[in-house]
Design a protein around this ligand. Sequence first.
Ligand code: KG4
Ligand code: ZN
Length: 369
Amino acid sequence: MLILGIETSCDETSAAVVEETGDAAKPWSIRSNIVASQVAIHREWGGVVPELASRQHIRDICGVVDRALSEANATWDDLGAVAVTQGPGLVGSLLVGVSYAKAAAAAAGLPLVAVHHLAGHIESLVLQNGELPLPSVVLVVSGGHTSLYLVERPGSYQLLSRTRDDAAGEAYDKVAKLLGLGYPGGPVIDRLAKAGDDRAIALPTTRLTHADRNAPELKGDLDFSFSGLKTAVLRHVRELQAADASASRPPDPLQPGTLTDKTIADIAASFQRVVVTALIERLFNAARRYQARSVGVAGGVSANSRLRADLKERGERREIPTFLPSLALSTDNAAMIAAAGLRRFRAGHIASFDLNADAALPLEYQPPT
Ligand code: KG4
Ligand code: ZN
């Protein structure tokens, strides 16, 4: 069976055709995965502008789906279902995908499958690597999310912890902005950090031990927090600029141009070391606590070169297999939504045509029966 996936939760319009292989160990293969990125549009504004994003999704969605079908050498008649991201995300953006998917499924007489965006990121690991040894602890780390999930059975995702404030990708984007490096921040900090000294600047690591008031059922010590780190970088940059000013250079608090390339590289490397260490520590602590047989990292930040290297190194030391998506499957894409959609479809979850987008959709835990 072929499934069409549609993803429009943020600033990528994406459509993909994924095929069921019939092989239980490697259940899906990608026939096509088309992504129209809006980065160039939002870069001008230093971040995603929701209204511009929804308008661009409307312009792109039909062409992107046509291309996904033609690259897959498929027509509407060849499809068995349509899967779409229902949430979470920007509601105007989500609505474009959901409306399109409903209309297309109704017109083609196909079942509609609603997919949670983070289930898509988690299933990107299976799409890439085949079924993971379970139980598995998976870190989903992107511009909007930093959460740990326990996967005990295929399709069951139990939230273990999450960020109390900024997502890791959001911290990358904010630090890049204050260093004058543009949007999105992750790839550029990743690149510049390679030339920097990751011990040059003492930045704080956050330890959380108390319960989260918003989710008291979760143990606090696996939670994440990145807003203090971002503020520490800001303070450091201000101090450097103040020192510049007292050395009789013109004070310009909003102009990071007074920082040298070496200083920026050192800040990038030090910031990245603290972020990646926090992510890896919590991930492997959770793996030990839940006796995981594998660990995975998915989401946009899983493209990070240091995170990928440290994950592999730590996994080899702990003798636990580690899994990552390819770079193309790390950032938002519809192939992962199609894969998660096939999982849901096979579990009997069909959406009705009154499906609505939900900007704050929770990822529901399906306890073992
Ligand atoms: O998963 P994604 O495409 O969209 C969301 O669902 O948020 O993730 C985008 C995020 C951005 O914050 C971006 O800066 C970050 O992923 N990112 C990276 C890297 N590539 C993308 N962060 C660190 N290092 C990278 N190489
Ligand atoms: Zn995402």
